[in-house]
Design a protein. Structure first.
Length: 705
């Protein structure tokens, strides 16, 4: 046993089994045999049990060491596999992150392109709004200029009319004052006469009353019983007196109204007479100018016609003289030719006395040729004379036709003039009849008023105490008339001032509206700019947020990578945790990507909504501005129409007053003036010569009628 199982000893560096596998990466120390004599001795000394125990322990240690080596190799293989798996996971994550980056960059580029397009659209919309604003400002300026010009012209016209009306009113006031003074003097004389009569009657009545008083004093005793009845009768008389006073007041008011109407009619009559005289003077001047122009044209046309006739006569005389001269020349030539022929014949007879027949034949031929030439020349002369006569006849016919046409036109015009004159005469007769009817009605009214005044005077005889009141009332009426005239003048001036103030206020309101519209446009543009700036700030903030989120994701991925690299060395158990964390990171990345996409979609939708709102807001503002401009134009047109209507109403009133004045003055026109007008019309009829002058005269006559 001792030889078979020698003892085994450990070196001093060996440790117990519990401490053999303390470190992970540490290898176990190998067993060392000690072939020393001491060991041999100890081996020899040990018992067989101890040797068996030692062998078993050594074998167990060897197995444990082998197992530890295998475990370390497997552990290294697992670590290598784990590192490869982690590297694959990291590569895949990096690829996914790169894909996300490319996707985000592409979306970022698309968003930037959409933002650029939207900015271009906004710039185009801003340009269009600027163009529209400039056009609107131009239209507003033109409308303002037109309104200023129309208001200035209307102001000038109204000022002229006001000056003319004030001058006429002052003249009328002066005339009315004169007439009022005259009427007051006449009334005072009448009242003095009536007062004298009333005083005489009153003296007679006092005498009669004295006699009656004496008689009544005798009969007082008898009538003491009848006092009560007298009191009753007195009360009745007082009541009747009150009624009569009321009746007198009503009659006095009617008299005042009649006086006012009479004064107004006199004013209208004077105005119409003045206007009629002015129109007559203007028409006379126009008629004289037209007659002079017509005479000049007639003299010019007659001179032209006489010159043409003289020229034609001279040409005819020249043609006749030329024909006569040509005939004389041809006769002379024929005579000379005949003499020459005779001389030649004689010479030939002398020279050739042998051939008389041939000479006779030649003479006959020459004579025939000469006769033919003479016939041709005569025919030519006849044709020329016929042509000249035809030309003269044609010219005469043309002159006759033109004269007939002019005479026919003149006849037609004269017929028209006669028709117009007959119409005007009939109208004048109608107007005279109407005016006579009006005069008769006025006479009847005034007669009724005179009767009423007589009745009043009779009543005033019974109430002599009220004559002073009547005088005072008349003086008050005169004062009231003056006050009313002054009030009318003041009211007219006040109305004109109000019209001016109203026009100035309308102009100022329009200017304020234009300025307010400009301010609104500026505010809208400033708001639009602010909104664009806010949108740009929001986009920049969104970009910064996206960049921050990307950086945070990168930092988180880096931290996760570091954590994964740190956890790789912890063990196999942490692999599952890493896989779960990777899946969670994937899910978080996908979720964050979805959130980013959702945020981008929301931002684009928000941007589209804001852009639509901006465009809608700008469209609504433009529509509102257009409506305001249209309203301003309508207000301007309505104000212009109102001014035109006022002018037309004033013109119509003036024409109505002129027509009434003409109607009244035609009936009151003196015979001399009527005879002068008829003489002028007859002279115009006799002097009418050309159509344009007659047209002007006819137009003036129709305008006057």
């Amino acid at each position: 046993m001792k030889g078979l199982c020698p003892p085994v000893f450990y070196s001093g560096n060996l440790k117990p089994q519990s401490n053999m596998t303390s470190g992970r990466g540490q290898r176990p120390l190998p067993l060392l045999f000690c072939p020393s004599p001491v060991l041999h001795l100890t081996m020899c000394v040990l018992t067989p049990l101890s040797v068996m125990v030692l062998c078993v322990s050594v074998q167990a240690e060897m197995k444990t060491k082998v197992l530890e080596a295998k475990h370390q190799e497997e552990k290294l293989k697992m670590q290598q596999k784990h590192d490869a798996d982690v590297q694959k996971i990291l590569d895949r994550k990096n690829g996914e992150i790169d894909e996300l980056k490319t996707m985000y960059r592409a979306k970022h580029k698309e968003s930037e392109e959409s933002v650029r397009k939207l900015e271009k659209k906004v710039q185009s919309v801003v340009r269009e709004s600027q163009v529209i604003r400039e056009s609107k400002e131009k239209q507003i300026g033109e409308l303002k200029k037109m309104s200023d010009q129309s208001t200035d012209s209307l102001k000038n016209e109204w000022e002229k009319k006001l000056h003319a009306a004030v001058a006429g009113m002052e003249q009328e006031k002066f005339d009315l004052q004169k007439k009022q003074t005259e009427n007051i003097q006449v009334l005072l004389e009448d009242t003095n006469q009536r007062l004298a009569k009333m005083e005489a009657e009153y003296g007679a009545q006092t005498q009669a009353t004295d006699q009656t008083v004496r008689e009544l004093e005798l009969r007082v005793k008898q009538l003491s019983v009848e006092v009560e009845n007298g009191n009753v009768l007195r009360q009745k008389v007082t009541q009747e007196k009150g009624q009569l006073e009321i009746h007198i007041a009503t009659i006095s008011s009617e008299l005042q109204e009649a006086n006012r109407q009479r004064v107004s009619l006199l004013r209208e009559k004077e105005q119409q007479s003045e206007q009629h005289e002015d129109t007559l003077q203007k028409l006379q001047t126009k008629h004289e100018a037209d007659i002079s122009h017509f005479q000049q044209e007639h003299t010019l046309s007659a001179a032209k016609a006489s010159d043409l006739i003289e020229d034609m006569e001279q040409t005819v005389a020249q043609l006749r003289q030329q024909l006569q001269d040509s005939e004389h020349r041809r006769l002379k030539q024929l005579r000379v030719n005949c003499v020459c022929v005779c001389v030649c014949v004689r010479e030939r007879e002398r020279e050739n006395c042998f051939i008389p027949q041939l000479e006779e034949v030649e003479k006959m031929c020459l004579y025939r040729c000469k006769e033919e030439q003479l016939g041709r020349e005569r025919e030519c002369q006849r044709q020329q004379t016929q042509q000249a006569e035809n030309a003269l006849e044609h010219f005469k016919k043309q002159v006759e036709i033109s004269s007939e046409k002019t005479y026919a036109n003149m006849k037609l015009q004269m017929d028209k003039v006669e028709e117009d004159l007959t119409r005007s005469k009939s109208l004048r007769e109608k107007q005279a009849k109407e005016f006579s009817y009006q005069v008769e009605e006025l006479k009847q009214k005034y007669e009724q008023q005179v009767r009423q005044e007589q009745e009043r005077m009779r009543l005033q005889q019974h109430y002599s105490t009220e004559r002073d009141n009547l005088v005072q009332q008349r003086q008050r009426e005169v004062g009231t008339m003056e006050r009313e005239a002054r009030a009318a003048l003041h009211q007219h001036q006040h109305q004109t001032q109000e019209w001016r103030q109203h026009d100035a206020q309308v102009i100022s309101d329009l200017e304020e509206q234009v300025s307010s519209l400009r301010d609104e446009l500026q505010q809208a543009h400033s708001q639009r700019k602010q909104q664009l700036l806010e949108l740009g700030v929001l986009r920049e903030e969104e970009r910064q947020r996206a960049a921050q989120d990307q950086e945070e994701l990168e930092t988180s991925h880096k931290a996760e990578r570091q954590l994964a690299q740190e956890k790789v060395g912890e063990g196999v158990g942490l692999i599952a945790e890493l896989q779960t964390s990777v899946c969670g990171a994937k899910e978080e990345g996908l979720r964050q990507q979805q959130e980013k996409e959702r945020q981008l979609n929301e931002a684009t939708a928000r941007w589209d909504d804001e852009r639509r709102q901006m465009s809608h807001h700008t469209d609504t503002k433009n529509k509102v501005l257009q409506e305001k401009v249209e309203n301003l134009q309508r207000q301007l047109h309505s104000s212009e129409k109102k001014l035109l209507n006022k002018e037309l109403e004033n013109q119509e009133q003036v024409t109505v007053v002129l027509q009434e004045c003409a109607m009244k003055m035609k009936g009151l026109m003196p015979a001399e003036l009527r005879q002068e007008l008829e003489d002028t019309i007859s002279s115009l009829k006799s002097q009418v010569g050309t159509s344009p002058a007659w047209d002007t005269i006819h137009r003036t006559l129709t305008a006057y009628i």
